[in-house]
Design a protein around this ligand. Structure first.
Ligand SMILES: [Fe+2]
Length: 305
């Protein structure tokens, strides 16, 4: 019998197909399903089966409904076209295959168009726990079930509109150094808000307890339990002025999490974020992590031109 590791497959950082399309400069791609190796399917099966009981215990009800309505595969890596067949009629969202990192303005603009840039590679089956970059399990099992919820989907679209507002605001600044300083601060604020909500948010459940809705937590076997159970995690009702100034680091479990009441609440907060942006309140947020990279900056400046 052939070894599970013999085929190159679509393993994160080890996929020749991805190297090829990146070399050709293709960002939006198709999902070459036939390239998944048995090891890739095995990684999905193991990730999915060990997460399932944790979702039932810690995930919010909208996510659990989303998992059911997408009829997600438990045994094999899902096909994006199958996922979209169930997703699109619910909220108009679609998973869109990408070859890697999507510069931030393009990412937000995809959300505005109800498209979700989706990684198609999957982590190695012998390294299920640690992965600094997203993979198809994070994107399809962690994010996409949330996109079946109308209020949440509308919130993502609203977030995409905020990115356009940011580009418009900075395009009106004639002085280039000033434009860069202002844009860097606004992008930091947006990245922090996205991080503490869409990636690591907690929500109050109907019974009064806390449930997870952030996709970074929903796709992490260890952190989903830690986020809810650990006495060391600080959990606070979300306060926008705090979030936009709060640094975060990506390489360890989050020590600080914020709670929303509902997705209508989250939608309202994105509107307030845009309002703060228009009033200049995001022009000088705390200058710590995350750093804003050149590619992301350029993506906003190009949109503003
Ligand atoms: Fe994510």
């Amino acid at each position: 019998m052939a070894s599970l590791t013999s085929a190159p497959g679509l393993t994160t950082n080890e996929a020749p197909f991805i190297e090829q399309v990146r070399h050709e400069g293709q960002l939006y791609i198709h999902q070459p399903y036939e390239l998944y190796s048995e090891e890739n399917h095995e990684a999905w099966r193991r990730l999915y089966s060990r997460m399932k009981p944790r979702w039932e215990r810690y995930a919010n009800e909208h996510f659990l409904r989303g998992i059911d309505s997408l009829c997600l595969e438990a045994e094999r890596v899902p096909r994006l076209e199958d996922v979209n067949r169930f997703l699109d009629p619910l909220t108009g969202f679609k998973a869109k295959a990408v070859s890697g990192y999507v510069p931030s303005f393009l990412f937000f603009d995809c959300l505005r168009n109800r498209e979700f840039p989706t990684t198609i590679t999957i982590r190695r089956s012998d390294r299920l726990d640690y992965l600094p970059e997203p993979d198809i399990f994070h994107d399809i099992a962690g994010h996409v079930p949330m996109h079946t919820d109308k209020a949440f989907a509308d919130t993502l679209v609203r977030f995409g509109e905020c990115a356009h507002t940011a580009a418009e605001i900075v395009s009106a600044i004639p002085d280039e150094p000033e434009r860069l300083v202002r844009l860097t601060s606004i992008m930091k604020a947006m990245a922090r808000f996205f991080w503490f909500t869409v990636e690591f948010g907690l929500m109050r459940s109907r019974e009064g307890g806390l449930r997870v809705y952030g996709s970074g937590l929903l796709s992490s076997y260890g952190e989903i339990a830690h986020a809810i159970e650990s006495p060391e995690v600080q959990r606070h009702p979300i306060q926008l002025e705090w979030v936009v100034n709060q640094a975060f680091e990506i390489d360890h479990y989050q020590p600080l999490l914020f709670i929303v009441d509902s997705f209508d609440h989250l939608f309202y907060l994105v509107g307030r974020l845009e309002d703060m942006m228009k009033k200049g309140k995001l022009n000088n947020v705390a200058p710590c992590e995350p750093s804003v990279n050149e590619t992301d900056l350029r993506s906003f400046l190009r949109a503003a031109a």
